[in-house]
Structure formats: C-alpha cells, structure tokens
Design a protein around this ligand. Structure first.
Ligand code: SF4
Ligand code: SF4
Length: 388
C-alpha cells in the first residue's frame, strides 16, 4: 500500500522574491498561559526583551519591542479562539537592557550553560518532549527537520538560505558539546537552490549530512517521518526554527523577537514572506474583512482546512503561513465508498471512523484523507455527514 502521496502543486502561484521586513507594529499581543505570573503593572515602560511574565515551569514571556505595557486583552489565536494576551504599545525606541558582544565560537559553551539556554527557550523535540532532557540522554545523532508540508510556505527555505552560517555553526556546536557522531539536515529533494548552496558549504562541516527527503505529504510530521527514516527512541528530531532560535541566543546572547510568515496561495499575485515582531496582529498587515468577502484564508496549511473565522489573528509561534484561496473551491457530494481516504492515510487510520475517540486521538489532522476524497468530503473535519 502506497502511504506516501505527492501533493499536486497546481494551486501554487509563485515563490516570494525575498523576505519583507514589517517590524513597525503599533501594538504587540503576547499570548498568556494560564499558569503565567505577570511581573509588572499596566503603565510600566518596558525595554525590548524584558521578561514580562513567567509560567510555572520558568519559561519566560519576552517583550519583542520596547514600549508601554497596557494590560490584558482577549484576542483571536490560530485555533479561532479568543485567548488572554498581554498588550504592549510600541514606542519604536527598540531600547534593550544590555549590549553583549557576539560569541565567536559556539562550541566553547559548556554543556551546563547550553542546557540552561535550551530549557529557557522551551525547545521541544518532534516527540513533543523537552530537548534539554532528551539531549542529555546521549543520543548518537540528531535530525534537523527543515521540511514543510504546505507547498506554498517558503519559511524554511528562506531561513536556510538567509541564516546558513548560524544554522550550520549551531548544529556543529551541538555535535561537539554533546559528543554526537553526526547530524542530518533533512531537506526536501525538490529544494534545488537550498541543496546546491548547502552542498557547497558542508565540506567545512564533516559531521553534518545533507539528507534529502522525498517531497511527499505529510512527511514533516514526526509520526510519518519516524517511520520513513526508521528512527529509534534515542534519535532526536529538532525543528529548523528551533535550531535558529538556539543559535541566535548562543551567538548574540539575546532572544529572537521576530518571526517569518508566508502569505501566499492561488489568488495571491504577489506572495510575501514577512519578518514580523512576534505578537503582531494580522490586521496590521492585511485588510482581513475585505479579503474575507471574496476569499478564504487558511491558517498554516490548506489541506488541514483550518480556516480563519475571526476578524483578526495574533501572529505568534503557532502561525507560520496564511494561504488565500477562492471561496468554496469545491462542494461535497455523498460518499461513494471508494476507500481512497483509508488507503491514503499516512498512519493507516480509517478516516470514516474518526468519530471513535481512540481513532480520533491518533489522527494527525493532516487533512490528506479529505484532499484525496473524490467527493470533496471534509472527512477529517467531520463537517459533512458521510452517507454509507
Ligand atoms: S485520518 Fe487523520 S491522519 Fe489519516 S489522513 Fe485523515 S487527517 Fe490525516
Ligand atoms: S469519504 Fe471520500 S474517499 Fe472516503 S470512501 Fe467516501 S468517497 Fe471515498
């Protein structure tokens, strides 16, 4: 049974030209976890990178701009839910507490210090475990996941091209400090520009392999990737963006306060990758209501079918791409029992049984079954009744 599906790219328009800086948000909204303790009162003027709140496991919430802390406001998140956020009004001064010289050689960090930084950054492995615990269990190898399942999302490709030195130096430092034999950088076999650039530079990093992965959906998910690569329990998979955040913190001794957001899709004539302050609201970049009158906006991945339903959206670490399509691309018809949804599920579930709790809990919500369904039924969303 073929479990690897090559997604048609016929709704792909074109690749963005470059990263567009959009760092002048007037207000920043930082999602607050239920266990967080706020460390300042409203009205306080804060410098950039101040720890404004701390959760119960000592993970800090950092202000990405300098400005006035206005208080708490409910704002929409990537799950179309209103959540509590801390609001900061940007004073555009970009004042920071400290200026520390860049670290020249990342391999000189001690294991203890690097573990503390990994813990502070709350970096997870693809098994959703804490990296600072997993990496201390002496893995032989780490895999850097630079794969992305949404064909219109170019964040990883641009991150790899724009921050090549920092990424390679960080992976190499992890290899040295944690005595790893080697590490694999996982890149799709269709990313020709990235492949040619990295092939040229990897000669200086003999313990980093360029590992090309078949461009199939949804290969970036740990559940699919681990079977494809035959990973064992000791193998660690770390997302590319986390390697970048770690490298940035080690090199500059500061937190990353910006993030990448791709806005693309079949109706977007001029796709963009924006570099934004974390916590920017989408309405500062797009005229959402005007777009929603004619088009649908999908959060992160078109196949997952997570449509933007609210009037705004906070761009935090959970939002990486927005795909804009025509409304109602195709209307559903009754199920014809063809079984394609079942044979296409990458982890062997029967999507027609997703109403059973134990099956639903295993589902990746990747949307491949719905994409493959000839009757356009959104099986994984259960929005349409399936007629037997
Ligand atoms: S059942 Fe779940 S895991 Fe399987 S294809 Fe559908 S959404 Fe993906
Ligand atoms: S839900 Fe769609 S893919 Fe699955 S059996 Fe019915 S028609 Fe076929």
């Amino acid at each position: 049974m073929n479990k690897y599906i090559n997604i048609s790219k016929n709704f792909l328009k074109k690749r963005p030209q470059d990263i567009t800086l959009k760092l002048d948000s007037e207000f920043i909204y930082l999602p607050l976890s239920t266990t967080s303790k706020i460390l300042f009162n409203p009205g306080k003027v804060l410098k950039k990178e101040t720890i404004i709140a701390m959760n119960s496991t000592n993970i800090p919430l950092i202000t990405p701009v300098s400005g006035v802390f206005l208080g708490i406001k409910e704002m929409p998140n990537y799950e179309n839910k209103n959540i509590k956020t801390l609001v900061i009004k940007n004073n555009y001064k970009e004042e920071t507490n400290k200026k520390i010289a860049s670290k020249r050689n990342l391999s000189k960090y001690s294991k203890e210090v690097i573990l503390l930084i990994i813990q502070r950054l709350n970096i997870k492995t693809n098994k959703d475990k804490n990296l600072f615990q997993e990496i201390d269990r002496e893995p032989k190898k780490i895999y850097i996941n630079a794969l992305c399942d949404e064909v219109n999302n170019y964040n990883n490709e641009f991150r790899l091209l724009h921050n090549k030195d920092l990424i390679l130096e960080t992976i190499s430092a992890l290899n040295t400090i944690f005595n790893l034999e080697e590490s694999d950088l996982l890149i799709k076999d269709t990313s020709s520009e990235v492949i040619s650039v990295y092939k040229e530079f990897l000669g200086s990093f003999p313990n980093i392999n360029l590992h090309l992965i078949k461009d199939v959906y949804p290969i970036s998910r740990y559940e699919v990737l681990s079977k494809y690569l035959l990973l064992n329990n000791k193998d660690l998979v770390i997302n590319l963006e986390d390697i970048y955040k770690l490298g940035y913190a080690l090199k500059r001794q500061r937190f990353v306060t910006e993030k990448l957001l791709t806005i693309s899709g079949p109706v977007v004539l001029d796709p963009h990758i924006y570099e934004l302050k974390i916590g920017t609201k989408l309405s500062e970049i797009l005229n959402i209501n005007e777009i929603k009158e004619k088009y649908d906006i999908w959060i992160n991945n078109y196949l997952e079918q997570n449509k933007l339903l609210m009037d705004d959206l906070i761009i935090d670490d959970n939002v990486n791409a927005l795909i804009i399509t025509d409304k109602n691309l195709s209307l559903p018809k009754p199920c014809n029992n063809c079984g394609i949804c079942y044979t296409s599920c990458p982890i062997g579930l029967n999507p027609k049984k997703l109403d059973q709790k134990e099956i639903n809990e295993k589902c990746l919500k990747c949307g491949l079954c719905s994409y493959m369904c000839p009757c356009n039924i959104l099986i994984h969303k259960k929005e349409v009744e399936i007629h037997e």
